[in-house]
Design a protein around this ligand. Structure first.
Ligand SMILES: *[C@@H]1O[C@H](CO)[C@@H](O)[C@H](O)[C@H]1NC(C)=O
Ligand SMILES: *[C@@H]1O[C@H](CO)[C@@H](O)[C@H](O)[C@H]1NC(C)=O
Ligand SMILES: *[C@@H]1O[C@H](CO)[C@@H](O)[C@H](O)[C@H]1NC(C)=O
Ligand SMILES: *[C@@H]1O[C@H](CO)[C@@H](O)[C@H](O)[C@H]1NC(C)=O
Length: 358
């Protein structure tokens, strides 16, 4: 009895001390009421490994993104051929595998699995843009080979979103629920025909999510209205239970002073229209500008736990980019001596190409 009590007590204290997705306060929150910070085109890097390709949408790889607080990773999947046996194989490529091939999907998933293994109190989301039109079984094979399928979150109904959680009626599980069940990986695929039998964790994106427009280059044109699915209203999307994914590719411009930084204006404008914090925010160059800060504001997280300072990381990326490229319009981030600092408002960064695929 005594040992049972002790055991029960220690379980309680483990749960009480738990830090979920960098904050103790997030453990008890339903998944859909949190803002998950997303790296758009997560594995497509603009760094030395890609000779600073203009296709790169991020300076740092997916596991470094996760270390820094990113919890949503988006990528594209395409059909390619195995270089040894010539067989069909799913790869992660930007736009086309002949232009930018970041390798087999399963290799990328392996890296993420390693990270999830090492971070038992974190919930991660993957968004796959299914250019290759792979079916659920083929994607499931990749997940199985990477031994990551068992982490997959399985909803009660794969064909329909539950109503949105509110203060009194949680509908999605809390992060703690998901951690306790071991279902710490949520995967959305655009598109996929649901296959409850073979891959109950591969969720068709627009059954569960809606997005605002993603190809906006002028901040004045930024809008929170639904763009996908098409011809919908915010009200209709709320009623359907779909979660809001906010595309926010404008960050880099604003952070680098081409436009007046008005991250909060956009956020509050959006919050007013949507009357609910977005469940996902997706950005290019996640570490640049005020993106992470605004996620913390949404989540009311004042003191994130177990997350390295992102500012220092910006500078490392900037320095590498400056050293290795000769184009005049490249980043001119200041990284002087001593404590490096980023100077928003005085710098300019070239845009990532190929944003239009969403
Ligand atoms: C990501 O980059 C870090 C730092 O460069 C490196 O240590 C790590 O192995 C990389 N992760 C993967 C999955 O390649
Ligand atoms: C919360 O959600 C429940 C069911 O999903 C609904 O009946 C209730 O009216 C909602 N409460 C508020 C305050 O919106
Ligand atoms: C912004 O929207 C206006 C009106 O819809 C359009 O005419 C203009 O071309 C858009 N600007 C950009 C940069 O897309
Ligand atoms: C991160 O930066 C802030 C502000 O510059 C500083 O107060 C804090 O100590 C830093 N944290 C770490 C872990 O370096």
């Amino acid at each position: 009895m005594k040992s049972f009590l002790l055991c029960a007590l220690s379980l309680v204290s483990v749960a009480a001390d738990r830090v979920c997705n960098n904050s103790p306060s997030l453990c008890s929150k339903p998944y859909d009421t949190i803002t998950h910070f997303g790296a758009h085109d997560s594995p497509f890097l603009r760094d030395q490994s890609t000779s600073f390709s203009s296709f790169g949408n991020q300076f740092f790889n997916s596991t470094t993104q996760l270390d820094a607080g990113v919890r949503l990773l988006s990528t594209q999947i395409h059909v390619a051929t195995n270089e040894n046996d010539g067989k069909r194989e799913l790869h992660i490529c930007h736009t086309s595998c002949s232009l930018f091939d970041a390798g087999p999907l399963q290799n990328w998933l392996w890296g993420i699995r390693g990270w999830i293994d090492a971070h038992p109190n974190d919930v991660v989301t993957i968004l796959l843009v299914n250019y290759g039109n792979a079916d659920a079984r083929e994607i499931e094979e990749e997940y199985s080979k990477a031994d990551i399928a068992h982490y997959g979150y399985v909803p009660q109904n794969i064909n329909k979103a539950v109503p949105l959680s509110n203060e009194t009626h949680p509908t999605w599980p809390t992060l703690s629920n998901m951690i306790e069940r071991g279902e710490r990986l949520v995967t959305f695929v655009n598109p996929v025909k649901p296959d409850k039998e073979n891959a109950p964790y591969l969720l068709n994106e627009f059954t569960f999510l809606w997005e605002n427009a993603y190809a906006i280059s002028d901040p004045k044109n930024f809008t929170c209205q639904p763009d996908r699915p098409e011809h919908q209203t915010i009200y209709g999307m709320h009623k359907s239970g779909r979660l809001f994914l906010m595309n926010h590719f404008l960050y880099w411009q604003q952070a680098f002073g081409i436009q007046v930084p008005d991250v909060r204006n956009i956020n509050s404008e959006c919050a007013n229209q949507v009357t609910r914090q977005p469940t996902f925010v997706l950005v290019d160059f996640f570490n640049v500008g005020a993106a992470l800060k605004s996620i913390d504001i949404f989540n009311k997280v004042e003191q994130p736990v177990g997350r390295p300072n992102v500012t220092g990381m910006v500078v490392i990326g900037g320095r590498v980019a400056v050293e290795r490229t000769s184009e005049a319009a490249r980043p001119t981030m200041r990284f002087g001596h001593g404590r490096p600092s980023l100077k928003p408002g005085s710098d300019e960064l070239p845009p990532a190409t190929g944003q239009k695929e969403g």
